[in-house]
Write a protein that binds this ligand. Structure first.
Ligand code: BGC
Length: 730
């Protein structure tokens, strides 16, 4: 900060209205001289001189999705040396799952059920991104997703509120560390507030049609967890909630975020979501859009420039109180101060960092995210002597390893499957054939694949989605495997060799036939820079799969949205021929693979769930335990899950809800006893008035390997003693 301003407040006193509004205006790095914007390719690029003049005049708070020494230094120097007040710019970007090194996509990391893994990858991403001049990331995404059609499922932590909350919080800690003043840390932004993942029919940008209690119980907790972990910023969502676009939604941006949760950072729009309130049909003009968004609690507008165009006029005619502008500006200046930008506007820039630790972490992370769904007769891991036919559109290709948001990662430096298998086994044991393209046959592809398969002992079949098939604006109505890939798989089934399928995907896919014809099925998501090495580690048994599904895999796409924490119905599904229960007449209503499911190379045998008390007092806790034994003679990492059902409550509660989970190591043929503790606050839920309540009564509790398994124990939460308030709010 210039010496004469000893605090953001003093600085604010010296700012003109235009300079204040400048601090609320963020723009894409549209001053690049060549090449399309990787995220929003339709952007028109400004002449650099034009932006230079804006910076000089204090009309810009910062830029996003540009990086690098030359870019950052050039613009920052103009801001700090040539603008009247020398306020530094902030440089933001979508650092979602890595920067130069790509880590597994967020959905994959959620499958690890190890939030601390995400903390570490976020920390490593921050180290790389800050070295390239960035200060601020537009992550973590904390959008709960129950609909596999939604393309941004890949950016989510899946369908469960607790898993999503723990991962969101862990990522914030990873990006931000102990102090934002650390030049190797990024300020985090939790997004997209709120309920963006509830897009109706899984259609990106669609209305979020959900009840207030579902919003409170399931969709809000992940955002809140990120805020409680200290996220510096919030990004508003594109969708409406209750008919009001989130970007202009006072209930969300002010009542919940600030008044209930005490958030003190700033809120930025998602791209031009402020201006889009006109297209939503809420605002009639850009000026009205600005009035509605700003007064609802949106501090900064991204890209649209509408705040710069209209806030000064709205202040001048008394519609908006200047004190409100000051509050918003102060939030932004405080963030810049917390980042240490006033002392060192070039913080972090240092391209001499060592990339090796990130690559080591990327390989470790990738191994821990894969989910083994099927492994008949111990088909995996492969025997050292096995000759392998690596077949499929992803066998050797290089463009679909990193996942939807690896916009700064170098594809050429990522390890594909062929490279990983070669490094593990050498060329003699391997023959590689694509067989087909991602969504089209290849001339002679199947014949070549069949010949390769016949020459080998085992077929490793690399199928699934291309990188372009999940991500923003990549919703799919058909979430099956492309037909060309299915045809390849069917043809290979006729060669009597075991089939090990590696499924690359950014969402649950509908794969009953593929699952049937595979001897082993390993979901490998988009695992990032070290894909090939990590998959080879798992396939050859140097590491064992330990991931579990963070989203249910449907049998049929007509079941979507399908999720385990569904509300109880008065007519739960009963097996046929029973009619008039919650079944389809044509498809089994259960998922093909449920939430929480996954195998290792060992096998877990769960004992009965036990509680240490049949009844607990209002302020007491119950200990729930279970003994788990490894029975296959192979060490196993098991994700042990604690589920609860509220037997009778004042409103319909889910079939089960995950309340805790822990990944534990069980030695070969060993047993471990796992205990969890539950108290009253774990049993709370939203009441119809928008608050939170715990009700006494009976609860069922499971310790189980997935959401559909196990036999419950029960305990009773006793009513508070007359001296405590009845139905005390939690
Ligand atoms: C996305 C955001 C992203 C922003 C900036 C938008 O289209 O929805 O998630 O942070 O672009 O790139």
């Amino acid at each position: 900060m210039h010496k004469e301003f000893d605090s953001p407040k003093r600085l604010l006193e010296c700012m003109t209205l235009d300079e204040k509004v400048g601090q609320l205006s963020l723009y894409s790095a549209d001053v690049k001289l060549a090449g399309p914007d990787p995220v929003n390719p339709t952007l028109s690029f400004q002449a650099p001189e034009h932006r230079f003049a804006d910076i000089r005049a204090g009309r810009v708070t910062g830029f996003f999705n540009g990086h690098g020494d030359a870019f950052v230094r050039t613009l920052q120097r103009i801001a700090v040396e040539e603008s009247r007040l020398g306020i530094p710019l902030i440089f933001g970007a979508d650092v979602i799952h890595g920067f130069h090194t790509a880590f597994p996509v967020p959905l994959a990391e959620a499958a690890s059920f190890e939030p601390d893994l995400s903390r570490k990858t976020a920390e490593a991403a921050a180290r790389e991104a800050t070295a390239h001049g960035l200060h601020w990331t537009f992550a973590p995404g904390a959008d709960l997703c129950r609909d596999a059609r939604w393309g941004r499922a890949v950016e989510s932590a899946g369908e469960d509120a607790l898993v999503s909350a723990r991962f969101a919080a862990a990522r914030v800690r990873g990006f931000q560390g102990e102090s934002l003043a650390d030049p190797q840390r990024l300020m985090a932004t939790v997004k997209h507030f709120a309920a963006y993942g509830a897009a109706e029919a899984g259609l990106d940008y669609n209305t979020a049609e959900l009840s207030r209690t579902t919003l409170i119980d399931h969709y809000l907790p992940p955002y809140r967890a990120a805020i409680e972990a200290g996220a510096g910023a919030v990004m508003s969502a594109f969708n409406d909630v209750d008919g009001v676009p989130a970007t202009a939604n006072r209930v969300l941006l002010t009542e919940i975020l600030r008044e209930q949760w005490g958030f003190e950072g700033f809120v930025v729009s998602d791209f031009e979501s402020d201006l889009e309130t006109i297209v939503h049909g809420l605002a009639a003009t850009p000026r009205e859009a600005v009035r509605l968004c700003f007064t609802a609690g949106l501090d900064m507008c991204m890209q649209s420039g509408t705040y710069a165009a209209h806030l000064p006029g709205l202040v001048a005619d008394g519609t908006i109180d200047i004190r409100r502008i000051d509050h918003a500006v102060l939030r932004v200046l405080r963030a810049k101060q917390a980042l240490g930008l006033f002392e060192n506007p070039y913080r972090g820039l240092d391209l001499s960092y060592d990339p090796v630790p990130s690559r080591t972490l990327a390989r470790e992370a990738a191994r821990r995210c894969a989910v083994l769904l099927k492994n008949t007769h111990g088909a995996l891991p492969l025997k050292p002597s096995a000759r392998i036919a690596l077949i499929g559109p992803f066998a050797r290709e290089q463009q679909n390893l990193n996942g939807a948001w690896a916009i700064f990662a170098a594809n050429a430096e990522s390890v594909n499957l062929e490279q990983g298998f070669l490094a593990a086994r050498g060329a003699d044991a391997l023959v590689v054939e694509p067989g087909c393209a991602i969504d089209a046959p290849l001339d002679g592809g199947i014949d070549a694949a069949l010949a390769a398969a016949r020459s080998a002992d085992v077929i490793v079949l690399a199928l699934g989605e291309g990188q372009h098939m999940s991500g923003e604006s990549r919703s799919r109505a058909d979430i099956g495997l492309p037909e060309a890939q299915l045809q390849l798989a069917r043809a290979l089934r006729n060669v009597s060799k075991p089939i090990i399928t590696l499924l690359r995907t950014g969402r649950p896919l509908v794969i009953p036939e593929l699952a049937d014809l595979s001897d082993a099925l390993l979901v490998t998501w988009f695992l990032g820079s070290e894909t090939g090495h990590a998959v080879a580690d798992l396939v050859f048994g140097h590491a064992a799969p330990s991931g579990r599904l963070p989203m249910s895999f449907p049998r049929h796409q007509g079941q979507v949205p399908i999720y385990y924490a569904r509300k109880r119905t008065g007519r739960p599904a009963a097996p046929p021929p029973a009619m008039f229960t919650a079944r389809y007449i044509d498809v089994d209503p259960t998922p093909l693979y449920p939430f929480g499911f996954g195998l290792g190379y060992g096998r877990a045998d769960y004992g009965a769930t036990e509680v240490d008390a049949a009844g607990i007092g209002w302020n007491d806790t119950v200990t729930v335990s279970c003994s788990i034994t490894e029975t296959a003679g192979v060490e196993l990492e098991e994700v042990v899950q604690l589920y609860v059902r509220d037997v009778a409550a004042s409103r319909v509660r889910p079939v089960r809800e995950l309340k805790d989970f822990r990944k534990v190591l069980i030695p070969a043929r060993g047993s471990v006893t796992i205990t969890f503790t539950l108290g009253r606050t774990d049993l709370a839920f939203a009441d119809l008035a928008g608050g939170s309540v715990t009700e006494p009564g009976e609860f069922q509790v499971w310790i189980a390997p997935h959401a559909e398994a196990g036999t419950p124990a029960t305990f009773v939460l006793k009513a508070p003693l007359p001296s405590s308030a009845t139905e005390e709010a939690t």
